[in-house]
Design a protein around this ligand. Structure first.
Ligand code: AHM
Length: 416
């Protein structure tokens, strides 16, 4: 794998274009590269993006009868500008609050403004996007004609800012194909998350982690500071079928709807499906709370409440949608309580939706309260509980990609 990287000397590439040019030059070799731990993000995209682009046959992409090699290279160039923005903002976040540091922003607002500009500049100069929607801007940015590409990008350049530096900050993004193929406009981003070509979130912790998908599983990349490159550190991350952690701002309990209040009572009294007592964790930064949920299982929630957010606080296009796509890629579920988040088409770029996402069993429990089949009622049936409990190992094995066979009534798990 590494020989593919070494075969194109970086010093032979023009300054500033190292990653995209390098990526394009590697196309041939990357055909043979399997996505696995140790791969660079560029290699991974090269080896998987074709499948994803080919599989997108929705109305959104029908204009492109088939993807071209150029589409793959354009996507890589676009993603290189995104990873560069993540690296640059990550460096600023690490310096934030250090007096005298050139990169340090003096306050959260300034940090946020800088982060937004870094993302916008990078995406514009990539010349691969046509429409940009940022949480920080009221209106979409329509890229000027001579710099347009064929992708529409939605992003939150810096999230988890309400209490810096105590919180883990991060970024969220999603990439769509431009809808029309002709004049770019706001309608290009009015697509459900199901149509995303790629999405990811970054977490600026003790190291910068990028969770990323092109629609064939969720993978973890970690910024290797010595190479300044994202390297795959976990291939095909699978969210456990159930977990014992619920994550919600309980300070709003009396202001949540009846369904959420009932569910919270249930979570405090009913153990998780695997028998563990439940526990609560809430950082107040969705990237950090969701990252823990993805790795450990459980549920993250931001339901509607009457203290200012009657539809929930999280925005569909660049927060809930990409996160729902990524959680589903890890085998989890994402719902508003009544609808799958990935199926919802936004009616405006800053539309908010309620969010319940995480382990399949825990999201089912939560949505049961909206479907009027709450866990409390089901739980009275001892057979129901038994059936659920019996399925847990099978479900977790499935999620880990293990092969399950039934032999004379005995279930065998072959670890994949
Ligand atoms: P924002 O859309 O204003 O950036 O807020 C999003 C953030 C999330 O990261 C986090 O989950 C949530 O707001 C916390 O909100 P609250 O303080 O109401 O619990």
């Amino acid at each position: 794998m590494m020989s593919a990287v070494a075969s194109v000397p970086l010093e032979s590439l023009p300054e500033g274009t190292a990653f995209s040019a390098h990526g394009a030059a590697m196309i041939k070799e990357a055909d043979e590269v399997e996505s696995s731990v140790g791969t660079t993000i560029t290699q991974y995209v090269l080896s998987t993006a074709r499948k994803r682009l080919n599989s997108l046959q929705s109305d959104a992409t029908r204009a492109l009868s088939r993807h071209t090699e150029e589409d793959v290279q354009d996507l890589i160039t676009l993603l290189n500008s995104i990873t560069l923005a993540v690296k640059t903002v990550g460096a600023q976040v690490r310096c934030a609050g250090i007096p005298g540091s050139r990169a340090a922003a003096s306050d959260a607002q300034e940090l946020n403004k800088n982060a937004n500009q870094i993302w916008i500049d990078g995406l514009l100069y990539s010349q691969k996007s046509s429409v940009l929607v940022s949480e920080e801007l009221e209106d979409p940015v329509i890229v000027q004609k001579d710099m347009q590409g064929k992708f529409a990008v939605v992003f939150d350049p810096l999230t988890g800012l309400s209490d810096p530096p105590a919180q883990d900050m991060g970024a969220i993004f999603g990439v769509f194909y431009q809808l029309s193929g002709s004049t770019p406009g706001v309608t290009d981003v009015m697509q459900p998350a199901r149509n995303l070509i790629a999405a990811g979130y970054a977490l600026y912790g003790s190291c910068t982690v990028l969770m990323f998908s092109v629609g064939e599983g969720l993978h973890q990349f970690t910024l290797d500071a010595s190479l300044n490159e994202f390297i795959m550190t976990k291939h095909n991350v699978r969210i456990p079928y159930c977990g014992n952690i619920y994550s919600i701002n309980e300070g709003y309990t009396s202001e949540y709807d009846r369904e959420t209040q009932e569910m919270l009572k249930c979570l405090k009294t009913e153990p998780a499906l695997d028998g563990r007592a439940r526990t609560c964790r809430y950082i107040g930064s969705m990237v950090a709370d969701i990252h823990r949920t993805v790795l450990k299982g459980g549920i993250f929630m931001y339901p509607p409440h009457t203290r200012g957010y009657p539809n929930g606080r999280l925005k569909l296009l660049y927060e809930a949608g990409p996160m729902a796509f990524l959680v589903e890629q890890a085998g989890g579920q994402a719902s508003t309580g009544t609808k799958q988040i990935c199926e919802i088409c936004p009616d405006s770029i800053h539309t908010r939706v309620p969010v319940f996402l995480g382990s399949e069993d825990d999201v089912n429990l939560a949505t049961g309260f909206y479907k009027k089949t709450p866990w409390g009622a089901q739980n009275k049936d001892p057979m129901f509980k038994l059936r659920r409990t019996l399925s847990i190992e099978e479900k977790n094995a499935e999620k880990k990609g293990s092969v399950i066979e039934e032999d004379d009534g005995i279930i065998c798990f072959h670890l994949g």
